[in-house]
Design a protein around this ligand. Structure first.
Ligand SMILES: Cc1cc2nc3c(=O)[nH]c(=O)nc-3n(C[C@H](O)[C@H](O)[C@H](O)COP(=O)(O)O)c2cc1C
Length: 215
């Protein structure tokens, strides 16, 4: 199994989401007979925001792109390739102002590419190309935005990820959300962390079982 692991928290060693993604990968690594991990830290190396040239280049057929367009798309091409060759994607991030961190949004802006991560058929249908990937989103939130709670309607993060990755073909992403991790008392934070770890154990078990069935 080829894994791509992406972290997006700017908080380095103090980050909850980084700790949880490391926890998940540790649970998985020892139990997969054959695997490799490609690692990307979008907080340390933020992908570029779309420029005017980028926005022209992505909608210009490859054969008609100028050398400047080809150069402008190089980072995006490389990110798309890393995602497409992977079998499983593990994305870890904090909630920032009710949605995904801006560095992860820049990553998404480099990934959603016509003719690369999605194709449009002659009859106008969109076919996402990430349709064979296992995808896990690990998120950490300061507050508690769980369904049914007072703040649930403000969770734009889950919607942003489901929409963008759904468009690229990811129909059944898994979410492990650690919440509340900041704006709560010690007991609630501890319970949130324990639940997230138990959820990650369950996803790791599923992925190991699926990979041994596939082998
Ligand atoms: C700039 C910024 C914005 C934040 N916005 C939210 C928010 O909208 N909702 C929330 O629940 N927590 C918010 N938080 C808190 C973080 O999501 C929380 O501390 C999380 O555990 C951080 O994850 P990390 O340790 O992996 O960076 C915000 C934190 C920062 C730094």
């Amino acid at each position: 199994m080829k894994l791509l692991h992406v972290d997006a928290s700017p908080r380095g060693e103090n980050s909850n989401s980084r700790m949880l993604s490391r926890y998940f990968l540790d649970r998985l690594s020892g139990r997969l007979s054959d695997h490799s991990i490609d690692y990307l830290d979008v907080a340390a190396e933020p992908p570029p925001h779309p420029t005017a040239l980028f926005t022209r280049a992505i909608y210009t057929p490859p054969a008609e792109r100028t050398p400047e367009m080809v150069a402008e798309l190089k980072i995006s091409d490389d990110l798309c390739r890393r995602v497409l060759v992977a079998d499983a994607l593990v994305f870890a991030m904090p909630m920032h102002n009710f949605t995904i961190p801006s560095t992860f949004k820049a990553f998404v802006d480099n990934l959603v590419r016509a003719g690369v991560t999605y194709v449009v058929t002659d009859d106008g249908r969109y076919i996402g190309q990430l349709n064979r990937h296992k995808v896990l989103f690990i998120t950490s939130r300061g507050g508690d935005l769980r369904p049914g709670g007072q703040l649930a309607h403000m969770d734009a993060l889950t919607h942003a990820l489901r929409a963008a990755f759904g468009f690229m073909g990811v129909s059944e992403p898994e979410f492990v959300d650690a919440q509340p991790m900041q704006f709560a008392d010690h007991t609630a934070r501890k319970a949130a962390l324990s639940k997230a770890m138990a959820d990650l154990d369950a996803v790791a078990n599923d992925w190991v079982a699926a990979s041994s069935t596939a082998a």
